[in-house]
Design a protein around this ligand. Structure first.
Ligand code: HEM
Ligand SMILES: *[C@@H]1O[C@H](CO)[C@@H](O)[C@H](O)[C@H]1NC(C)=O
Ligand SMILES: *[C@@H]1O[C@H](CO)[C@@H](O)[C@H](O)[C@H]1NC(C)=O
Ligand SMILES: *[C@@H]1O[C@H](CO)[C@@H](O)[C@H](O)[C@H]1NC(C)=O
Ligand SMILES: *[C@@H]1O[C@H](CO)[C@@H](O)[C@H](O)[C@H]1NC(C)=O
Ligand SMILES: *[C@@H]1O[C@H](CO)[C@@H](O)[C@H](O)[C@H]1NC(C)=O
Ligand SMILES: CC(=O)N[C@H]1CO[C@H](CO)[C@@H](O)[C@@H]1O
Length: 505
């Protein structure tokens, strides 16, 4: 039967025919519609011009978690001109960090770090290009490979000994855990890079030394949330808030601390008698690769910024939870006593401490040091969970929200390391429920070093000290609220008294 006889036989009226043609046409248009016209992930309605800017606040991990509860695991917000997409479920995280990793692994560079002389040498802020690849390769082989970690274990253990000796001497006094851990980790890293300590435990408030202050200021500038240049690109180049200028000032102060060391080692490395076996430090390796001072300064500062603040945050949050949960603390202490009989704990013994490891995972679940990962950016428009993420959108993965989601975790707000005992769930980027280091091509390259440091410091402190809160404060009444920065920190720093345990006096 041909179409005309079909129409005649069924006595279809002209209006019906016209209507069906329209429907047919619409269908074609819909099918042919390019992905970019599909809809954005849902999100709260915003205001003209500023969009949702006023709704994000200074704890974006918390505000976006609230929106996710209402609008689902993939939401979008508009911050001025910028579209922000936030993933808040393991499935959404997997789509972004695995399935579409190729398209969603560029970076949005905060105003602070948009320094024309330095940004071309960045590992953290480069797109996934040749610069990024070769810097990550250099770091992987020279800093984070099993061989590199082993060759640095002596330094790590030495800095830790300094910390333990210092705390034994200071026992009974109130200490700020964050400060002493930060100094220890910082000196470990500078020893690996420059064969030198830059901070001193005895000068714990950093008054004598401007380096700590400058680094912290760089981190603060980088963490500024109300970075208007990035929301309204027409203002970007004016740096109205002085963020870019301020950061550069601190960069210059920071670089001055190691300028002489670079020149001295450069002379060595360039001398005719130099051979690779003479290399003592990561600096020597960078010089062997013909790095300019700008290249060295940028990489080193990025390693300090990415490596010390995060690791300190992990130690402090874990210790705070352990102070609150005495039964967990005692179980760890027993495990250490049972498994380790040497004078000092070394790297290779950490695998014997599964309950300690479970406790660290549990602390990272509740207090991910980098709660939204570092900002990713879409290099291409692409589709995630049937929504469109337009090119140049900024993307967050909200680890904090996933860690506290009852759909993902049983009794999510309780601190229970037991949940990881006998479970295969790990924090190394394979299990999308727990991603303190991220996953995929942008995953933290420093993870092996970060994990070892956190385990070693916690194990040693627990083994040698009882921790007591000053003024008999009830541990369960500790203020656990957090503050968003490059690393999530406690609103009120943990102040504790270290008491040497009998057998170690
Ligand atoms: C417990 C400690 C640490 C945690 C929780 C942590 C976490 C993270 C996270 C979440 C990211 C971003 C991943 C993403 O954007 O998808 C990251 C990136 C990075 N981390 Fe770590 N990190 C730690 C320690 C370290 C250490 C010790 C170093 C080096 C000394 C380091 C160097 C870096 C670098 C260079 C990047 C940028 C990688 C890139 O953009 O390709 N991190 N880290
Ligand atoms: C890599 O990306 C960064 C920033 O996006 C840029 O400054 C740098 O020049 C790029 N490197 C190469 C080799 O394209
Ligand atoms: C480093 O400087 C910051 C900010 O200036 C300060 O709060 C902190 O206590 C200092 N830390 C150390 C370890 O000196
Ligand atoms: C560094 O420069 C020297 C001299 O210009 C050259 O011989 C050497 O091959 C370069 N090394 C690297 C790793 O590029
Ligand atoms: C760590 O200590 C154990 C026990 O003393 C020893 O067998 C092992 O060789 C040490 N490992 C390292 C890397 O020092
Ligand atoms: C996306 O749409 C397809 C086809 O309509 C559907 O089968 C699939 O379940 C959807 N996926 C999600 C994550 O909603
Ligand atoms: C844990 C830790 O060291 N946090 C620091 C990270 O940097 C910010 C910004 O300066 C500091 O305020 C934190 O104390």
């Amino acid at each position: 039967m041909d179409i005309t006889s079909f129409l005649r036989d069924n006595n279809l009226s002209t209006p019906f025919f016209a209507l069906s043609s329209i429907v047919f046409l619409l269908l074609i248009i819909k099918l042919a519609k390019p992905a970019s016209l599909k809809k954005l992930p849902p999100g709260p309605p915003g205001l003209p011009i500023i969009g949702n800017l006023h709704q994000v606040g200074d704890r974006p991990h918390v505000s976006t978690a609230k929106f996710a509860k209402e609008y689902g695991p993939l939401i979008s917000l508009r911050l001025g001109k910028q579209i922000l997409v936030v993933a808040s479920s393991p499935e959404a995280a997997k789509e972004i960090l695995k399935t579409q990793d190729r398209f969603l692994s560029s970076r949005v560079v905060p105003t602070a770090f948009q320094q024309p002389s330095l940004i071309p040498h960045s590992v953290i802020w480069s797109d996934c290009n040749q610069t990024w690849k070769s810097l990550r390769t250099l770091c992987r082989t020279e800093l984070f490979s099993a061989k590199a970690l082993e060759s640095h274990s002596r330094l790590r253990e030495q800095k830790l000994s300094h910390l333990l000796d210092f705390l034994h001497k200071k026992q009974g006094q109130v200490m700020n855990l964050e400060d002493v851990v930060f100094i220890t980790l910082f000196n470990t890293l500078t020893s690996i890079i420059f064969s030198r300590d830059f901070l001193d435990l005895k000068d714990v408030h950093g008054t004598r030394d401007g380096l700590n202050e400058s680094l912290h200021k760089i981190i603060e500038y980088g963490g500024i949330i109300k970075d208007f240049g990035s929301f309204f690109p027409i203002f970007e180049r004016f740096d109205l808030q002085g963020i870019r200028k301020g950061t550069m000032r601190q960069y210059k102060k920071t670089f001055a601390y190691w300028e002489d060391i670079i020149e001295e080692r450069r002379a060595h490395v360039n001398s005719p008698t130099w051979s690779s076996e003479n290399a003592q430090s990561f600096l020597d390796r960078m010089l062997e690769n013909n790095f300019s001072n700008d290249q060295i300064n940028q990489l080193v500062t990025e390693l300090f910024v990415a490596g010390t603040n995060t690791t300190t945050s992990s130690v402090v949050w874990a210790m705070t939870e352990l102070v609150r949960h005495k039964e967990v603390m005692s179980k760890i202490a027993e495990e250490i006593k049972r498994e380790i009989d040497t004078d000092k704990i070394n790297d290779s013994q950490l695998s014997k401490l599964p309950y300690l490891q479970a406790s660290i995972k549990e602390a990272m679940r509740l207090h991910p040091p980098v709660p939204l990962l570092l900002p990713h950016m879409a290099a291409e428009t692409c589709e995630v969970m049937n929504y469109t993420i337009p090119k140049n959108s900024k993307i967050f993965v909200n680890l904090w929200a996933m860690g506290r989601d009852p759909k993902v975790w049983d009794d999510p707000l309780s601190f229970k390391p037991e949940r990881f005992i006998g479970s295969k769930l790990d924090s190394k980027g394979q299990d999308f429920e727990l991603l303190p280091f991220g996953s995929g091509r942008r995953m933290c390259p420093g993870m092996p070093s970060g994990i070892k440091s956190v385990q070693l410091i916690l194990a040693s402190l627990i083994r040698e000290f009882d921790l007591v809160l000053p003024n008999d404060v009830d541990p369960m009444k500790l203020d656990m609220s957090d503050k968003f920065g490059i690393a999530l920190k406690m609103e009120k720093p943990l102040k504790v008294i270290f008491k040497s345990k009998q057998e170690h006096e």
